[in-house]
Design a protein around this ligand. Structure first.
Ligand SMILES: [Zn+2]
Length: 234
């Protein structure tokens, strides 16, 4: 009967690489999705600026239309005041004209400041569009690399799995294998640790002497009391 720890060490030799390659196969699509989301957000922010510019343009048009109406009214009042001989009518016309001119000034000032904001929004949208085009090109290159890296990683993963299956000892019971697999996942692909001078070489904690004695007997699976890794002797 093979010592279970020796059988696990044979597996661990492959599993360190297998864990890394599996992580890579998980990480690469995540990275791609993250970059895609960043591009989508950039696109949305361009659309927001363009929509803001359109809304402001509508407001500017409203202001311009109002000014046209007010100026027509001013011209009408001017004629009225010139043709009238009634002082109170003339006074009333002049008063309303002053008030309208003040409103026209106000509208023109507002329209001017809105036009500046429209220009800014359009300029920002233009800059972001350039940025988006650049980042899309980078992303396309990244995606091509991801495809090729994933192809390589899948081939490595398959070959490692085949080698692992060949090494999988029939002497390993299901409980031990299950413990080993759980530790692999929980401890970043390193389920085993060497015990040297009573100290676990993965977490550098002292292991109780009774465990060292049991490990030396070479029949039991002994775990580090601190990091839970399965221990082996040098
Ligand atoms: Zn440990």
């Amino acid at each position: 009967m093979v010592n279970p720890v020796q059988a696990l060490r044979a597996l661990q030799e492959i599993d360190t690489d297998l864990f890394r390659v599996t992580e890579e196969l998980r990480r690469l699509p995540e990275e791609r999705a993250r970059r895609q989301a960043a591009l989508d957000a950039l696109e949305a922010s361009i659309a927001d600026r363009k929509a803001a510019a359109r809304d402001l343009q509508v407001r500017v048009k409203e202001l311009e239309d109002t000014v046209v109406v007010q100026q027509n009214r001013i011209r009408k009042l001017d004629k009225e005041s010139q043709s009238s001989r009634d002082v109170s009518v003339i006074e009333a016309c002049r008063y309303e004209m002053r008030e309208l001119r003040r409103q026209v000034d106000e509208s023109e000032r507002e329209a001017l400041s809105l036009v500046e904001r429209i220009d800014t929004a359009k300029e920002e949208a233009g800059q972001l569009e350039q940025k988006l085009a650049d980042e899309r090109a980078v992303f396309a290159e990244f995606c091509a690399n991801v495809e090729s890296e994933m192809g390589d990683a899948q081939a490595r993963q398959e070959s490692l799995r085949a080698r692992r299956d060949a090494r999988l000892s029939k002497d390993l019971d299901a409980t031990t294998l299950d413990l080993y697999d759980r530790l692999l996942q929980a401890r970043g692909g390193e389920a085993l640790a060497m015990l040297d001078g009573g100290i676990c070489q993965a977490c550098y904690m002292q292991v109780p002497p009774n465990l060292v004695v049991r490990l030396a007997r070479g029949t039991d699976v002994i775990q580090c009391s601190s990091c839970d890794r399965i221990l082996y002797l040098p």
